[in-house]
Design a protein around this ligand. Structure first.
Ligand code: ATP
Ligand code: MG
Ligand code: FE
Length: 338
């Protein structure tokens, strides 16, 4: 199997070539972060224009890096949702064009399934598996009874954890996306602010981060008003401790109820140092934890190729009328009574 994969759901244009689902022959990623920084977040119109400019360049570069030709390919995989519709459409159109021109099967990949399948670059996924997905737009616990089955057992009721990192960082004057910088600062500070751990002790597996975000912003604004100097590193460490506490606690609890062979940590925030360490020690005696290498945590086409390989094996394919689906989501399942 040799899969050409496209990812354009947000602000990274990426094209990859993957052999047998696990070997990355090329993974070109063109990020647009600089263009969005002055707006403090992703501007959809700007994003889709950048994708249009970058997609052919990334495609040619990926094929060249991988040293393969269209004739060598077995399929084309593409993210068709969730994400920004104007961005998704660029990748979907590119993938359909290649599939049509070279008579290749088209594999429709859910972006979040892609984040989860980045785990395959470490080792093959064993089922049943549990995934903690933490990204810019999602925070959810996903139960996977078998391959290609995804059931949400809990999710955020308001903000995603990555989005919260970015907003909190913005309040501290950090550039978008602030997650990695907050992570760095937090490593030098201490948890001194006692920010709230929302829903930590509640039954079920839902999360909430808007209260944490508000407490953080209120605390910083109050300090500004009374000209109080706050320690940036302690602020970052306190925010991060609150966020990581809830994520780790809920995941550990879910593993008591669901007999997972593996726990997968996925999504952009999976690159976070404290989350990786704390989760690893918390589940050490419970389950095998698989974390994608940091370079495959953020958006990239390699992970889309890995998930596409699974679809190829299961003979799931899309027709050439495949459309982008900006609000594509896994199904939420009914929980047992607690
Ligand atoms: P989604 O995958 O839900 O559609 P997205 O694709 O925009 O959203 P990702 O690219 O998966 O999100 O992740 C980006 C997010 O990860 C940003 O919010 C960024 O700040 C955050 N992030 C990246 N590295 C770190 C880190 N080390 N610590 C905390 N957050 C991080
Ligand atoms: Mg991004
Ligand atoms: Fe993502």
């Amino acid at each position: 199997s040799l899969i050409l994969a496209f990812e354009t759901s947000c602000d990274e244009t990426s094209v990859a070539v993957i052999r047998d689902g696990r070997k990355v022959l090329a993974n070109e990623v063109a990020t647009q972060i600089k263009s969005h920084q002055r707006f403090g977040g992703v501007v959809p119109e700007v994003a889709s224009r950048h994708h249009i400019e970058q997609i052919t360049i990334c495609l040619e570069q990926a094929l060249q890096t991988a040293q393969v030709d269209y004739a060598d390919l077995s399929a084309v995989a593409v993210t068709y949702g969730p994400g920004l519709v104007g961005s998704l459409l660029v990748g979907v159109t590119a993938a359909k064009t290649v599939a049509w021109a070279h008579h290749l099967p088209l594999l429709p990949v859910n972006h979040i399934a892609g984040h989860i399948y980045a785990a395959q670059f470490v080792q093959p996924i064993k089922f049943p598996a549990m995934a903690l997905v933490v990204s810019g737009g999602h925070t959810e616990l996903v139960w996977m009874p078998a391959e290609n089955q995804f059931e949400i057992i809990g999710e955020t009721r308001d903000d995603a954890v990555g989005e919260t990192y970015d907003k909190v960082g913005r309040t501290m004057g950090l550039a978008y996306p602030a997650g990695p910088q907050v992570d760095q600062l937090a490593q030098q500070g201490q948890d001194t602010f006692a920010f709230p751990r929302a829903m930590q002790d509640e039954a079920g597996y839902d999360f909430s981060f808007s209260g944490l975000k508000s407490s953080f912003i209120n605390r910083v604004h109050h300090a500004e008003q009374v000209h109080e100097q706050l320690s940036q590193v302690d602020l970052a460490a306190s925010f991060q401790a609150a966020a990581v506490d809830v994520l780790v606690d809920k995941t550990v609890r879910a593993l008591h109820e669901y007999p997972a062979q593996q726990l997968i940590l996925a999504g952009g925030v999976a690159a976070n140092h404290e989350l990786r360490q704390r989760l690893a020690s918390a589940v050490a005696n419970q389950v095998r934890l698989v974390m994608a290498p940091a370079q495959f945590c953020g958006d990239n086409a390699a992970m889309i190729g890995a998930a596409g390989w699974m679809l190829e094996k299961h003979q799931v394919r899309a027709d050439l009328d495949l459309n982008a689906n900006p609000s594509l989501e896994f199904e939420r399942i009914q929980l047992k009574k607690h």
